[in-house]
Design a protein around this ligand. Structure first.
Ligand code: NAD
Length: 517
């Protein structure tokens, strides 16, 4: 655990503590309760972060509100300049931030650093966006009238994030919301608090150097049922952007809707890939390996179901089994490791539960299926990457088990494959491998994939930040990151200006012509 994070005064380990509340100052009460950050690599303690109390939460939301009144007045391109500097500073810390993500979340180092790159990319995107927060104009039906739309800052935005992307998902929300003129209250997962503390410390440097008001960027640490609940019920937060499980999203949606607040929901996926008979096997193999095994199957976009045309079933399955058997599982800091640990003991239990259900429902485990407990694996949370020959009647294939389990489902016709593909409650990401234009277009057409993301000849994961990211059905319908996702972080205003001498009414209504004015 020899990780030097330049801005932390103490080394990680038993003696490391850090305040968990930031509202322009790092706040810590008299007798704080602490949250332990445990590395899934070997179960060791990385450090302790203080939990935000209710009083600290109230102070923080007050500061976020006050800061909003000032931040919204700063011209958007000037806000973009602050975000530009943040992007540069994230570059300076890319290596150490990437290592911290790997240490705390367990993804392999190239993925940890890739996540920081995503934060940098979205900062760059947001800088350009800060000069493009455009509204439309249209033609009024009335003479000498102008009709147009404009977009204003919304308010303090609550960002609730999941453990599996402890930094990037915050970035997708935060960089966009900041240029839009909103202030931020971030509640990260309790499983990855230190990655959040580190990112906020980088942002703090830039905000202080630019003498920005306290409360533009805020951090609160605590469980969903304490701090999460305070945020979702808080009328001072007009928008909650929540990333996590479907169960959490259903609760958050209901709670925020009760106060007629807005949500962006980024929830679970159960992503499928269809391999047609003309699949380029080499391409598909690479995509499936990264998509199903990468991040130990703990991506919302992980490939969980593989629909394989019966003409290539045997050949492709054999090659996939061979590839699975060669995957190096272990320490995510090791160069040759392709798959690190699951996040914690509960994740391992969910894996075991799914394996038991697979066996009960008649699935055939082709490789994997076991928890790794001995030797180097003894203290961490490691499982085998698992391939299952499944059938459509199995109920386990309809749920998202956040672990590296891939179900193979054979099919005969394109129609059958699409029905199989769409027969799950989630609708995040999807893909087809084919060289046949008609098949590809059918998959991308209105009767094809029902997901928010649909790809051809690439896998389901590893989205670029330029497009809007999100999914349909139980995935929640939210969109984040690129394209016009920014609109959800602003309030729309429709304006009509009369620059004439008369007062014509819309729809040609004549009113009060007999009155004296
Ligand atoms: P989780 O639902 O357990 O927790 C996510 C966040 O929600 C945490 O910060 C948690 O504290 C908070 N939370 C839980 N209950 C809450 C409540 N009642 N009120 C407010 N906040 C509450 O999810 P997880 O295990 O951290 O992450 C894995 C899940 O996230 C998977 O389902 C994965 O697919 C999903 N995910 C989705 C996306 C996406 O963009 N669609 C991205 C990443 C992860």
């Amino acid at each position: 655990m020899d990780i030097h994070f330049p801005m932390f005064e103490k080394p990680f380990g038993e003696g490391f503590t850090h305040p968990g509340t930031f509202n322009g100052q790092w706040v810590i009460g008299g007798k704080p309760d602490y949250l332990e950050s445990i590395s899934p690599i070997d179960g060791s303690l990385i450090g302790r972060v203080s939990l935000t109390t209710e009083i600290e939460y109230e102070e923080t939301i007050h500061k976020a509100r006050e800061a909003f009144l000032a931040w919204r007045k700063i011209p958007a391109p000037k806000r973009g300049e602050i975000v530009r500097q943040m992007g540069l500073r994230f570059r300076d810390y890319k290596e150490s931030l990437g290592k911290l993500i790997t240490l705390e979340m367990g993804k392999i180092l190239p993925e940890g650093e890739g996540e920081v790159q995503e934060l940098i990319d979205i900062a760059d995107f947001a800088v350009g966006l800060s000069r493009q927060l455009y509204g439309m104009t249209t033609h009024s039906e009335r003479p000498h009238h102008r009709l147009y739309e404009q977009w204003h800052p919304l308010g303090p935005v609550g960002i609730i994030t999941a453990f599996n992307f402890p930094v990037a998902v915050f970035g997708w929300n935060a960089m966009i919301a900041l240029v839009c003129g909103d202030t931020l209250i971030w509640k990260p997962s309790s499983k990855t608090p230190l990655s959040a503390v580190a990112v906020v410390r980088v942002m703090e440097e830039v905000l202080k150097e630019n003498e920005m008001p306290e409360g533009v960027v805020n951090l609160v640490i605590g469980s969903g049922s304490t701090i999460g609940e305070l945020m979702t019920r808080d009328p001072e937060i007009p928008l909650i952007s929540a990333t996590g499980s479907v169960r959490m999203g259903k609760y958050v949606a209901k709670t925020v809707a009760e106060r007629l607040g807005r949500t962006i929901l980024e929830l679970g996926g159960n992503n499928g890939v269809i391999l047609m008979e003309d699949t380029d096997m080499e391409l598909a193999l690479q995509a499936v390996l990264f998509g199903a095994v990468g991040t130990a199957g703990q991506r919302c976009t992980t490939i969980r179901r593989l629909m394989v045309h019966e003409a290539i079933l045997e050949n492709f399955t054999d090659r996939l089994v061979r590839a699975y058997k060669s995957i190096q599982v272990g320490d995510p800091f090791e160069k040759r490791t392709l798959m690190g640990p699951l996040i914690d003991a509960d994740a391992v239990r969910q894996f075991e539960k799914a394996i038991a259900q697979i066996e009960k429902e008649g699935g055939k485990i082709l490789t994997g299926g076991k928890v790794l407990k001995s030797g180097d694996y003894a203290k961490g949370f490691y499982v085998e990457p698992t391939l299952v020959m499944a059938h459509p009647d199995m109920s386990v294939i309809k749920q998202e088990t956040f672990a590296p389990i891939l179900y193979i489902l054979p099919f005969k016709t394109l129609e059958e494959a699409i029905v199989l593909h769409n027969a799950v409650p989630q609708g995040l990401s999807s893909a087809m491998f084919t060289k046949n234009l008609l098949h590809a277009e059918t998959f991308l057409g209105p009767e094809g994939s029902d997901c928010g993301i649909a790809n051809i000849n690439i896998g389901t994961s590893g989205a670029e930040i330029g497009g809007a990211f999100g999914g349909e059905k139980e995935t929640g319908g939210g969109r984040e990151a690129g394209s016009d996702a920014w609109k959800a972080y602003m309030r729309r205003q429709t304006c009509t200006i009369n620059w004439g001498q008369d007062m014509p009414l819309a729809q040609g209504i004549q009113f009060g012509s007999g009155c004296t004015t």
